[in-house]
Design a binder for this molecule. Sequence first.
Ligand code: ADP
Ligand code: ADP
Length: 244
Amino acid sequence: AVVAELETVTKRYREGSFVAALLGREPTTDALVDASVAVREGECVALVGRSGAGKTTAARLIAGLEAPSAGSVRIRGEPVGPVAERRPAQRAAVGYVFQSPRSSLDPRRTVAESVAEPLEGAGWNPARRDRRVGELLEHVGLEGYGDRYPRELSGGEAQRIAVARALALEPDLLVLDEATSALDTVTTHRLCSLFERLGRRNGRSMLVVTHDFDIARRLADRTLVLADGRVVDEGPTSELLSEP
Ligand code: ADP
Ligand code: ADP
């Protein structure tokens, strides 16, 4: 079964008129053109391609952080709008981890408060929330970190907390948008072990946006290659990104 998908989606952004005038062209950018991206149950899909290819746009559309200009976004086959228009269950269906944990974590909230926030929004009572927060912190290897503030965390730790928060409501799909690209090699490697555990071993469906083929090879069952907003290649990662 398909968990989440973009069906022949086009996303057109308006550029600033100054830039458009400078370049002497149409003041729009087609970040995606008739792109179809589907993630099936238990599958990890990598979206690869150069900077500007449309990877982040595709991920943001699936999460409802942007609305398509044409085509449809579906969750379990059902067309969905942007996140503000989604029903609570549809909203909970996608967990999103941004490139920078600074974008996922509020500096004024403790780790426990950040992880509890989606649970609070979903109406969980405090006792049940606390238990779930404890479970989630343990799951990402950071039990005991509940009272810390984001500034007291390393980049890798902050990203683990962002993952815990994204997993709070058991999403059908976890989206990792260049989730390791701000981190050093060793931290990336360790975070990837967590992602492997979530994906291969726990059967969580994942969409991994990355410009790093090693990460795609390590995590993804299937890879889609984007170029200029189009899906130009697609297949099992082992075939598509086989090492030379
Ligand atoms: P990638 O993630 O592959 O680097 P993006 O999806 O971020 O690519 O961007 C695809 C194209 O859309 C780029 O040309 C980018 O400049 C443009 N773009 C992305 N977001 C916006 C936006 N909010 N407004 C205007 N153009 C955008
Ligand atoms: P990333 O490396 O994750 O693609 P970027 O620096 O390209 O990050 O983009 C950061 C944010 O700016 C994103 O939310 C993206 O949608 C937006 N963005 C990217 N390109 C443009 C653009 N040309 N005009 C306006 N916003 C953009």
